[in-house]
Ligand binder design. Sequence first.
Ligand code: C2E
Ligand code: MG
Ligand code: MG
Length: 561
Amino acid sequence: MDEAKTLQYYKLFENMSRLITTPEVFQREAFIKVLVDICKLFNIAKGTTSIYKSEALESRGEGEFICDYDNGHGDKLVLEKRIVTKYGYIIVGKLYASNDAVTLTSDELDKLSIIELSLLAFIGRNRMQEALEKIGYYDEFNYPNLRFYFRTLDKLNYEGKLPGMSAMHFNIRQLSIYNRELGRNQADIAMRNYYNVFVDIIGSEGTICRLGGDNFIGIFRKDRFEKIVSAIAGTPVSFSADLTKQIVMSSCAGIYHIPEDFVYEGPDQIISKIMFASQSAKQQGTSDYMVFDKEMTGIREKMLTIQTLFPQALKNKEFKVYYQPKVNILTGEIVGAEALCRWFHNGKMISPADFIPVLEQKTDICKLDLYMLDLVCKDIRRWLDTGMPHIRVSVNLSRKNLMDINLLDKVIEIIDGNNVPHKYIEIELTETTTDVEFRDLKRVANGLQQQGICTSVDDFGVGYSSLNLIREIPWNVLKIDRCFLPSDEDNEYSNTPIMYKHVIEMAQEIGLECITEGVETAKQIEILRANKCHIAQGFYFDRPLPVEEFDKRLKQRFYEI
Ligand code: C2E
Ligand code: MG
Ligand code: MG
């Protein structure tokens, strides 16, 4: 090699090294130009690279083939290099010259070899990065994942673009129903198309990632808000490959408009807000989305306080049982009671409506429910030991408990540990919203019944209690919510009395005990009597009472009627 050629070789080699060792300066066009220049310098007519994921695939020739350069005269193989990367990828580079080209000297071949090996190592490293990127930043269905989202937030923050953007979390409505009705594959296609609607709206300045299941999380420019909201409310998407069959898919979302003076401290700062807003939207149930605002900040702080105080409060025995009598309206006799929780903190009583939904956000509620069951068992044991009337007490179990596979054992352990016969315990459960929960509910209710523990459907009539709930699970008691009970204001045109009548008839015909909750007036007692529902629970007799007060009622045993 003459001096000028050697000099040019070193220049090209240095250029190539700089491009492949510093990712910040890597430019595809510049890289290809260097490769072409190198080929020309050594009279190389064609250069190819083959990439195989394993030796087995290499032996079958199944891999990826790239032709880096080809001037149409590459007939003779002049150099072949093969490397195996640390993670098993095999990369083979081949260089060809034309038949009439001057044979390369051994010095020239050495120089080419170094270049070829550097290139193969570079490709190997890139492949690794791609593979790692795939594993680290995408889920098994090829949706970008939470880590991808974090990285996007970091990048936007680095570029100073976060203020003025909006973040969102959404949950697709009724995906489990689509799964059941359309089949999993079709529902997956519909979900992917729904996702793509958001990708199109968001464009390149933002992202949308999948958290898992039917939960997605996104960040987008605020001027896309209207379109995003409209996609959340519902948008037609096809679920067949030929695009002919469509459904309208919608979701429930929480959105946070990142303020102009926002100082980014980490992803949790944004995620906790959109999750909270979307949970609030779901609970509230009437709108498709909620925007995180000042008022929500207050509510969230209250919630966090409750969640923080809870463990110590449980240890300090701040939770007490109140008992609300269940009364036979024909005789006035107390035939049972419902145990309801009250929290005494710093001399004030907090009502369940304020803390139960908060504890239900996590599994704290399960600890509380079992703690309540234990207190109730201790009272029942005391009543049995002191010759008080024997009554059955119902305890509320949040549906959060249902997924606990050991729930039944835990319940039995508490009841047996207090030496209480099973027939004195009734467990109140409410309807469920998803298929999975329904299956768990069925399993728990059946398990309790096999142990001789009564089960009741609480709040029947609230929400969307379906008749399936009654048909598929063998309950003992139906607790009809006060919303089904005609009020004193109901007139002859109201449907409530008709529904109330038929619900009771149906329940009794299939052998369920019926009790009406929230009975407040003498007129309502008359309605119960007329409809042959003979057990009532409500303020008409008593509010939930502290145990000392309830002891007194139990001793008297009868209300005057
Ligand atoms: P629930 O199980 O349906 O309990 C009945 C609720 O109706 C009680 O509210 C009771 O005080 C109220 N109530 C009873 N009679 C009347 C009436 O005549 N008129 C009116 N307006 N209301 C009446 P409370 O004690 O505030 O409890 C609210 C809910 O909190 C309960 O509804 C139950 O879902 C939940 N809860 C209470 N204690 C526990 C517990 O230990 N564990 C769980 N998981 N949930 C509980
Ligand atoms: Mg209840
Ligand atoms: Mg109830």
